[in-house]
Design a protein around this ligand. Structure first.
Ligand SMILES: *Cc1c(COP(=O)(O)O)cnc(C)c1O
Length: 480
């Protein structure tokens, strides 16, 4: 017996370092805080992109080992290999893809969430944390005009949120595997690929995906949609879902959500809106009218990790008839019998794919409670105006061709005063990457290679746009 006790004691001692004491915590926190403060300080002068031969491989040169390392050495390794190579998504000079940022307040929320690790699968265990999550979802549902019947889930991002909506729509229509090849989804050529990826993952790869023609503003044409639905019905197919976008990734174009909604309702289709990038612009008075009809949708995805600048890992799926979300996701098991007794509040595990989940609500709740909604409205308004300003500046450069006027905070452009615009603009993107001051990404619109200018970071201001326009101009001149 005593030898067991001795061994237990010995292992306990060896493992004790897993929980640092108060003095050790103070040292660690101070070191990490010193690092993050210096990171924020360096960020002001950091190029958006740092090209490196090494490509972070130094991480691999330091293998995971039995013994730990000194915190100073770890922070040094991190700084050299992670911070100082590649893209900085939190730079205000990042204009590629969708450029979100990450708020300090959210970092504090994440810190608290990681320490307490509240179990947010289930209401009976951590009721306050679940109320917090549901309160945020109710707030978002309210922003898009959904009634009290709405329920949602905070997913890890837009892609998983879209998958959740697809599964809900599939169950709502009682589609079985044998029905898939007749089920039709209506989208456009520039609907985000998370939709077809989600259909694939949901096992519905066979369903028919129709690209509805777009108008000159790259919005789905409601008349064309209605015609396609009719033609498909006549052919014996099952029109199932129409996917509108409130902000496409390519161009930020917003479908006529009311007109698309009317067609969807008239033909009794599931109406999903992909607002992963753009939905939070509903907070902006400058573009609020573009969201007319958003409330007609059956489900919507909106990403706080884009429009509201939480750290990556937060996308919301909201379903107007919450019962359908619940029916599509509720599952239980014997070992869960203590948990699911309380039905006064919906447990997040019952309305989404995950059981044990990150307490991700805190990274949004803390900032909203601390500073309120008003600064977010102002920030989004600023982005809208900055984008209009940038559009004018780029348009004023001789030889530049711009895409459609920005509806939200993205537009596309290319230099055309050259024999081979596609090749020239590709070189321009490469030159921008090499230079690193700013970061832009590209796409293909109407068969042309176009450079995208996407503006979203709360760290992007008028001066940052001026730097970007100057950089584009300077590198274009160098290439010529
Ligand atoms: C970013 C984006 C997505 C995917 O969201 P993730 O959070 O990256 O998974 C879907 N749709 C649109 C319009 C997006 O911009």
């Amino acid at each position: 017996m005593s030898s067991i006790v001795e061994q237990i004691r010995e292992y306990e001692q060896q493992a004790a370092i897993i929980e640092p004491d108060a003095a050790q915590r103070a040292v660690l926190l101070d070191k990490v805080n010193t690092y993050t403060e210096s990171f924020l300080d360096r960020l002001k002068d950091r190029p958006a992109y740092i090209n490196s031969e090494e490509r972070g491989k130094g991480i691999l040169a330091s293998p995971i080992a039995e013994q730990g390392m000194d915190i100073d050495a770890i922070l040094h390794l991190y700084q050299k290999q992670v911070e100082e190579q590649g893209l900085s998504p939190v730079s205000g000079k990042f204009f590629g893809y969708i450029p979100p940022c990450s708020m300090y307040y959210s970092a504090l929320g994440d810190y608290m969430a990681a320490i307490a690790n509240e179990y947010v699968g289930d209401y009976s265990n951590c009721p306050g944390a679940v109320h917090m999550e549901n309160q945020l979802l109710d707030w978002m549902a309210g922003l898009v005009g959904y009634p009290d019947t709405a329920l949602g889930t905070l997913a890890s991002g837009g892609s998983v949120a879209i998958l959740t909506c697809i599964v809900t729509a599939r169950e709502a229509f009682k589609l079985k595997a044998r029905d898939y090849e007749n089920a039709v989804v209506y989208l456009t050529e520039i609907t985000h690929h998370a939709m077809s990826k989600g259909l694939h993952i949901a096992g519905m790869r066979e369903c028919v995906q129709r690209n509805v023609p777009m108008d000159e503003k790259f919005r789905m044409r409601p008349d064309a949609l209605a015609e396609m639905i009719k033609a498909d019905r006549e052919q014996g197919l099952t029109p199932w879902m129409v996917v509108g976008s409130s902000g496409t990734t390519d161009l930020g174009s917003v479908d006529q959500l009311d007109k698309i909604g009317e067609v969807a309702k008239q033909h009794e289709l599931w109406y999903h809106i992909d607002g992963a990038y753009g939905a939070f612009f509903v907070l902006s008075d400058l573009v609020k009218d573009k969201f007319k009809g958003v409330e007609l949708s059956d489900s919507i995805v909106m990403n706080p990790h884009k429009g509201l600048h939480t750290p990556f890992g937060l996308g919301a799926a909201i379903v107007k008839d919450g019962e359908l979300l619940y029916k599509a996701h509720f599952h239980t098991a014997n070992y869960m019998q203590d948990s699911f007794y309380n039905k006064d509040q919906v447990s997040p595990a019952d309305v989404g794919p995950e059981l044990t989940r990150h307490f991700r609500a805190l990274r949004l709740w803390l900032p909203l409670k601390l500073i309120g909604v008003a600064p977010f409205r102002a920030m989004l308004n600023e982005k809208i105006l900055l984008t209009r300003y940038a559009y004018e500046q780029i348009n004023a450069i001789p030889g530049m061709e711009v895409g459609p006027e920005p509806e939200l905070s993205i537009f596309a452009f290319r230099y055309v005063d050259t024999d081979d615009p596609d090749a020239f603009n590709k070189k321009l993107i490469e030159a921008l990457r090499e230079d690193g001051t700013i970061f832009l990404s590209s796409t293909v619109i109407n068969g042309h290679y176009m450079i995208r200018f996407a503006i979203l970071s709360y760290r992007t201001h008028k001066e940052t746009i001026d730097i970007a326009v100057d950089t584009i101009n300077r590198l274009k001149e160098q290439l010529l």
